[in-house]
Structure formats: structure tokens, C-alpha cells
Design a protein around this ligand. Structure first.
Ligand code: 1CP
Length: 343
């Protein structure tokens, strides 16, 4: 099989048009997902290979995106190592016993994907035969995973997390190192089962200053990417509100950076140079506006985009109230992009 468009774009190779997929393309914006989910929890879906495969394929079928992303959640590997948690509807992950002490951190053991989460590789295996587009594997970044474990649930500021960073820096580093190891093991297993690219969702690093990011998070992130180098699949690093962190993120070794809508693609390209691919970054809220507005905003992103090393996406996940038709129209728009440019 020839190299998929997504993989070529992530590697900065020549492409006829940019590939397009959407973060959180599976999930609540789709009626068929809501039907699948109505009688089961998200964790049940994520741990039943046939259902995982179905949820993963739904947006590919409906929207015609150029990539699938495995249906799961960033906290699934934590469940695999025995962390007690639930994913509350409308809220997100809630941890039964938040991590605060050295003994809490040391209880966090390494992930052994074959024993702890065999169903993930099984789902990827099913998808490998059924999908006609490449599958993106993913994991949470060490800081973002740590923030759920320390805060005990979703947090707007990650204040308790940063308090531990200041108050118990050595313990904080140990926690991040352990989490980077868990993320790397999970991604490795997804790639070995058939994922063609991986994305690290380090969603909440925007709450750190650049010196804080460099001192505490860059090291474990680099270690995470280093553990995947031999696999020869492109690796994307994404975070929200990272305009002040881009160079430091790029220095951890990913092949591509995912941008939110606050930093323009042109600005990021100028700062990072052509050696790293860029992904993003239409504001997800623009998809809730009437189509002419969505179209105008999408075209503004595309006009800004470089010819190579670029993947169209949103600046963060699809909002649950997004009309599915809008996602389909966006895919058509991106698919027609180069043809129009030539005409
Ligand atoms: O069915 C439901 O309960 C709906 C909500 C939902 C869904 C569909 C959650 C709870 N997780 C997921 C699946 C999911 N999570 C996917 C696969 C779907 C896809 O992309 O097509 C992915 C990639 C994630 C990743 C994820 N989970 C992130 C990183 C991406 C991001 O949005 O920044 C984060 C931070 C989470 C935690 C989480 N899980 C769920 C929610 C609502 C949250 C966010 C909570 C918060 O705001 O802190």
C-alpha cells in the first residue's frame, strides 16, 4: 500500500492537498455515537474491541475524513495500571483517590499493554482490516495525565498540580516520568498493532510558563518521544494555549505540532521553520456559526497554510453541539482546496 496522505503530510513530504481530520471527531456530535453509548459507559465502549472499532469508524463513514483516531480516552491506560476512576458524563475523568504523596506516586506501576489492556491492540487489529484510511493512536501527555491524577478531576487552572510542582518538585518529576513511561508503552502497543501515526494530547500545558514547561515537562516528553523513535511513525504533540511554548515543545522531538486557534499557522511556521509539520487550527466555535461564517474562517486557515507539512484540523476538539453536516462540508472544502487554487 502506498504511504497515506496523512503520513506524508506529517513527514513534510509533497502532497496534492492537505489531509483533514478532527480532534474528537467521534463522540457526542454524532447521533450514531449517542445511540452506541446510550446503554453503556465510555469505558465499556473503550474496552470492547468491536464497539471501539465501530465508534472509531463512524466519523470516517459519515464525514470522509482522511484519518481515523482510535476511540478511547487519555485515562484508559491509567485504568490499565489499576487507578480507580470513572468518566462522568458532561464532566470528564474523576479519580477516586487523587495522588498527593510519595507512596501514591510509587504505587503507579508501569503499563504492560499485553496484560493490562489487550483489548486495545485487538481493536486496532480489527480497524486495520476494516479502515481505508490510516489510524492515529493517542495518549495523554505526562502533565495532562498528572493534572487529572493530582486534581482528582477536570480543573480550569491546574492550581493543585502546579502547587505540587513547587512544593514537591522531586516527587512531581517522578510522577511525570512514570506517566511518560505509561504513555509510551500504550503508544508503542497501538503502533505495533497497526496505528500509522500517534498524537500526544498534552492539552493543559498552556497553564505553565515557558521556564516551568522547560524545567518539568520537556524532559519527560522528550523521553516519551525517544521511546518511540525506532517505530518510524510520525508523532504529533498537541496542547491548548501554547503560543508561548511552541519552540520548547518542538525541542522535545515530535514530527508535528498541533496548534490551537490562538496561534496562526503562518506565525508558527515562521517561528519553527519548515522542519516540523503543523496541524490545526480552526476555532471549534466557528463550526457553530452559520455555514458562510464557518467557510470564511476555514478558508482563512487554509490561505495561511504552507504547501507541505500541514494537516487541517480544529484548534481543539469538536464541540458536542456541532452539526454533523458542518463537519462533512468542511471535509469537502479541504478536499477541493488545491483544485480550486489551481483553477
Ligand atoms: O461519551 C462521553 O462521555 C462523551 C465525552 C468523552 C468522549 C467522547 C470523553 C470524556 N472522552 C471521550 C473520548 C476521547 N477522549 C477521545 C476519542 C474521540 C475522538 O477524538 O474521536 C479522545 C482523543 C479523547 C482525549 C481526551 N480525553 C483529552 C485530550 C483531548 C482534549 O480534548 O484536550 C482529554 C483532556 C480527555 C479527558 C476527558 N475525557 C472526557 C472529557 C469530557 C474530558 C475533558 C475533561 C476536562 O475538561 O478536563
Amino acid at each position: 500500500m502506498s504511504t497515506p496522505l496523512l503520513v506524508r503530510a506529517l513527514r513534510g513530504e509533497p502532497v496534492e492537498r492537505p489531509p483533514v481530520w478532527f480532534m474528537r471527531q467521534a463522540g457526542r456530535s454524532l447521533p450514531e455515537y449517542r445511540a452506541l453509548r446510550s446503554s453503556r459507559s465510555l469505558l465499556q465502549l473503550a474496552r470492547a474491541p468491536e464497539l471501539t472499532a465501530e465508534a472509531t469508524m463512524q466519523p470516517v463513514r459519515r464525514h470522509g475524513v482522511d484519518a481515523a483516531i482510535l476511540f478511547s480516552d487519555i485515562v484508559v491506560p491509567l485504568v490499565g495500571v489499576g487507578v480507580e476512576l470513572e468518566i462522568r458524563p458532561g464532566l470528564g475523568p474523576v479519580i477516586a483517590k487523587p495522588i498527593r504523596t510519595a507512596s501514591d506516586v510509587r504505587r503507579l506501576r508501569p503499563l504492560c499493554p499485553e496484560e493490562d489492556l489487550p483489548e486495545v491492540a485487538e481493536a486496532v487489529g480489527l480497524l486495520r482490516t476494516e479502515l481505508e484510511v490510516p489510524l492515529i493512536g493517542f495518549a495523554g501527555g505526562p502533565f495532562t495525565l498528572a493534572s487529572y491524577l493530582i486534581e482528582g478531576g477536570p480543573s480550569k487552572t491546574q492550581a493543585t498540580t502546579r502547587a505540587m510542582m513547587f512544593g514537591q518538585p522531586a516527587l512531581f518529576c517522578e510522577l511525570l516520568e512514570r506517566l511518560a513511561g505509561i504513555a509510551a508503552a500504550s503508544l508503542r502497543a497501538q503502533v505495533q498493532a497497526g496505528a500509522a501515526a500517534v498524537q500526544v494530547f498534552e492539552s493543559w500545558i498552556g497553564s505553565l510558563s515557558r521556564p516551568q514547561y522547560e524545567q518539568y515537562v520537556a524532559g519527560p516528553t522528550r523521553a516519551l518521544f525517544d521511546q518511540l523513535t525506532d517505530l518510524d511513525v510520525p508523532r504529533v504533540l498537541f496542547g491548548v494555549g501554547t503560543g508561548h511554548l511552541l519552540e520548547a515543545m518542538a525541542a522535545t522531538g515530535p514530527d508535528a505540532i498541533g496548534l490551537d486557534w490562538r496561534t496562526s499557522v503562518a506565525d508558527a511556521r515562521e517561528r519553527l521553520g519548515p522542519g516540523i509539520a503543523l496541524q490545526g487550527n480552526l476555532d471549534p466555535a466557528a463550526l457553530l456559526a452559520p455555514w458562510p461564517v464557518t467557510e470564511r474562517e476555514a478558508r482563512a486557515v487554509l490561505v495561511d497554510a504552507p504547501e507541505t507539512g500541514y494537516i487541517f484540523n480544529l484548534g481543539h476538539g469538536v464541540l458536542p453541539s456541532t452539526p454533523p453536516e458542518t463537519l462533512g462540508r468542511l471535509v469537502e472544502l479541504v478536499h477541493g482546496h488545491k483544485l480550486e487554487a489551481i483553477a
